[in-house]
Write a protein of this length. Structure first.
Ligand code: PGA
Length: 255
């Protein structure tokens, strides 16, 4: 059975006090849920306080990004050790906003992924095509390049620990969701790429999350697909009711 995960990506939202309030509200609703794994990824400044608040719950904590170096002169950056010691078990890497606004390449995402695994963090590596790429028929090629580039030279055991998030750029924050069939098609494509490289057994244990305008009203349709193992949620993760309802949808679909 693949690990099912519902992850909230709070992006650049929530001060410490606001993050505490949101974490408290989510904890009240789904703090005891163990399947799926429930994960929140607050901004760096709110990690410690959120971790303290969630200590006696099952909810996990993740960073939204990290630097690939151990430490040193990288003004403004955050290391894997800083995330770990702030209570993180996961880290989102290569989000399309990082790729677009901060010029992150597959090569850089790969270096970060390797560092995260070495440090003992579970990377959630994001891939996804733009609308132009989809409309010009390049979707499969783009996804293949991102998957192979971002996950280059991972050992089989590291691959098994890694989580992938398919997030079509045209569906992020736009209110447009990929249909369950469109999402499933890409998830199968990703799993096939993994199977070619690592074999079927490894490909079958990698959790592949869908992200892009996921909310309570479209979660059921997505989660009944065989290869959709959860969600990475932006906007809807800022509302405790909505986020918890998506967690409950995954529980009903078989956690
Ligand atoms: P969204 O964001 O749910 O607001 O579309 C998803 C994401 O960027 O992870």
């Amino acid at each position: 059975m693949r690990r099912k995960i519902i992850a909230g990506n709070w992006k650049m939202n929530k001060t410490i006090v606001e993050a505490q309030a949101l974490a408290r509200a989510i904890k009240d609703k789904v703090g005891n849920v163990t399947a799926p794994v429930v994960l929140v990824c607050p901004p760096f400044t709110a990690l410690t306080e959120t971790a303290m608040l969630l200590k006696d719950s099952e909810i996990q904590l993740g960073g939204q990004n990290m630097h690939e170096a151990e430490s040193g002169a990288f003004t403004g950056e955050i290391s894997s050790e800083m995330l770990l010691t702030s209570g993180c078990a996961y880290v989102i890497l290569g989000h399309s906003e990082r790729r677009e606004f901060f010029s992150e390449s597959d090569k850089l995402v790969n270096a970060k992924t390797i560092k995260a695994l070495e440090a003992g963090l579970i990377p959630i590596v994001c891939v996804g095509e733009t609308l132009d790429q989809r409309e010009s028929g390049d979707m499969k090629k783009v996804i293949e390049e991102q998957v192979t580039g971002s996950l280059d030279s991972l050992s089989e055991s590291d691959m098994k620990k890694t989580v992938i998030a398919y997030e079509p750029v045209w569906a992020i924050g736009t209110g447009k969701t990929a249909s369950p069939e469109q999402a499933e098609e890409v998830h199968v494509h990703i799993r096939t790429i993994l199977a070619e490289k690592y074999g079927r057994e490894t490909a079958e244990v990698v959790s592949i999350l869908y992200g892009g305008s996921v909310k309570a009203s479209n979660a059921d349709g997505l989660f009944c697909k065989n290869n959709i193992d959860g969600a990475l949620i932006g906007g809807a993760s800022l509302k405790a009711d909505e986020f918890s309802a998506v967690v409950n949808a995954m529980e009903s679909a078989g956690g």
